[in-house]
Design a protein around this ligand. Structure first.
Ligand code: HPA
Length: 274
């Protein structure tokens, strides 16, 4: 008999629990260029995605595929070193399988990071943006389909999806570390093509500050799971049409690497205070 989605998540969780004795309370989704933060986790167990039952694997360059559980800043964390994206041709449920695994493992707080294009013209490549809210332009949701009551309620509230107290904490930590941050609204597109200049103008008109291809499904699921969430985008490039030049993935990776240190400091500082 093929397992239901819920049973698949349970199977992954059961396997992970055979590998670790600690209970992580903070989840980390490490986006493009931030994956190396997982290397700083101490007393860690590294589980390659392919060793975990039913765990989806990423095919994108720059996204390693490891679940890393251990200690960071005195907290027990579980990090996704590399994430899978909807544009890889998987379902929204598969794209958020890892968040469900975290939920059943007992994770209560989630830090999501990503690389994004700057829609707000006052941003520049290298800007770190604390996500204030999101707009889902992916045309679908990971919660579509029968509601799995064990996971959450049919109509979850998204008013505080990006937990106000964690956003404030992120700003306070950034100020203490003298890491410049902005705040803004993340607009989620499916990708994998970058947005057109017209789509970027549209994103700006509707209140967006950054455009990206991830995060929205994960945060919807985290809200459903009643996790507290804090999201940080690294603006790796100005979105299409903002500057008069084409975009490419290598620029995204270069800028992500350039601000990597500040990004890591901010996330670690945040974990220490959570
Ligand atoms: N658009 C969407 N996703 C991105 C971008 C962008 O300009 N840069 C990095 N991820």
């Amino acid at each position: 008999m093929t397992k239901t989605y819920y049973e698949q998540v349970q199977a992954a969780v059961a396997y992970i629990q055979t590998q670790v004795t600690t209970t992580p309370t903070i989840g980390l989704v490490l986006g493009s260029g931030l994956g190396s933060l997982a290397d700083q986790i101490e007393d860690k167990i590294v589980l390659p995605y392919e060793t975990i039952p039913y765990f989806p694997q990423s095919s994108v360059v720059g996204h390693a595929g490891n679940l890393v559980i251990g200690q960071l800043e005195g907290k027990t964390v579980i990090a996704l070193q590399g994430r899978v994206h909807f544009y890889e041709g998987i379902s929204m449920q598969t794209a958020t399988f890892s968040i469900r695994v975290m939920q059943l493992l007992g994770v209560k707080q989630l830090i999501v990071t990503n690389a994004a294009g700057g829609v707000n013209t006052t941003f520049e490549p290298g800007t770190l943006m604390i996500i204030e809210d999101h707009i889902n332009l992916m045309g679908t949701s990971p919660l579509i389909g029968e509601n799995i009551a064990e996971f959450g309620t049919r109509f979850p509230d998204m008013t505080y999806a990006y937990t106000p107290k964690l956003r404030e904490l992120a700003k306070t930590v950034a100020a203490k570390l003298a890491v410049p941050v902005r705040e803004g609204v993340y607009v989620g597109f499916t990708g994998p093509a970058y947005e057109t200049p017209a789509e970027v103008r549209y994103a700006r008109i509707i209140g967006g500050d950054a455009a990206g291809m991830s995060t929205v499904p994960e945060v919807i699921v985290a809200s459903h799971a009643q996790m507290e969430v804090v999201g940080i985008s690294c603006i790796t490039n100005m979105a299409a049409g903002v500057m008069n030049q084409p975009l490419d993935h290598s620029e995204v990776m270069d800028v992500a690497n350039r601000v990597h240190h500040q990004f890591v400091q901010l996330v670690k500082g945040l974990i220490a205070q959570m």
